[in-house]
Structures are given as C-alpha cells and as structure tokens.
Design a protein around this ligand. Structure first.
Ligand SMILES: [Zn+2]
Length: 112
C-alpha cells in the first residue's frame, strides 16, 4: 500500500501547477520480478487509493522486468526464471543480479 501512495504522490506532483483541473490519464510502471510487488494487488490498491486525487481514473500500466543475472566467474548472462540462483553455464553460485529489483515510474501521461 505504501508503494501505491508513493506512486500517486509522484503522479500528483507531476501535474502542472497552472493546470489544476488536469487529470492523470496513464501511469507507466516498471516492476522487477524480484521486487516482491504483486501487480494485481498494486492495481487493486491503486483503484482505492487514487480516489479523489488527480490520479483518480488513471490507468496503471505495469511492465514486469525479468530477473537478469551475470556470473562473476565465467561472465555468462541469463534470465533467472526459477528458484535456482546459480550460473547456467558453470554452476557457480557467485552471481550478480543485474535487474529485477526495480520499481520505476517510467512515464506519466496527463490529460489537460
Ligand atoms: Zn558461470
């Protein structure tokens, strides 16, 4: 729920001060698979929390970012799809998570 309030706050602040009647049409989000955010519950909370804010009625677009890893030993790059966090090539457990933890607001579309 805290994340949703944060998104609404950022979106509301992006509405130009000289356009007080402006409505937020769409919010485009990127959410990493590892971020522990469930898109369905985010959408549900957004609907409730956005009432009577400039984001009321806005569409929340969620793009899920895959978990990408890099092996520190052999340099291989791959997408992690299961619970196994070891290198696909050399089976090393020494890996870097390159993406998948993020939660970014990519863009906000405002309707004047
Ligand atoms: Zn490796």
């Amino acid at each position: 729920m805290g994340i949703v309030l944060e998104i609404i706050k950022i979106a509301s602040e992006s509405v130009p001060k000289d356009a007080p009647g402006a409505q937020i049409k769409q919010i485009n989000l990127e959410i990493g698979k590892l971020s522990a955010i469930v898109p369905e519950s985010l959408l549900f909370c957004f609907d409730i929390a956005s009432k009577e804010t400039p984001a009321d009625g806005a569409t929340l677009n969620i793009e899920v970012i895959p978990v990408m890893a890099e092996c520190k030993d052999c340099g291989a790059n791959w997408e992690i799809t299961g619970p196994v966090f070891s290198c696909e090539k050399c089976e090393s457990g020494s890996i870097n998570i390159l993406s998948g933890r993020e939660m970014d607001i990519k863009s906000i579309e405002i309707l004047n």
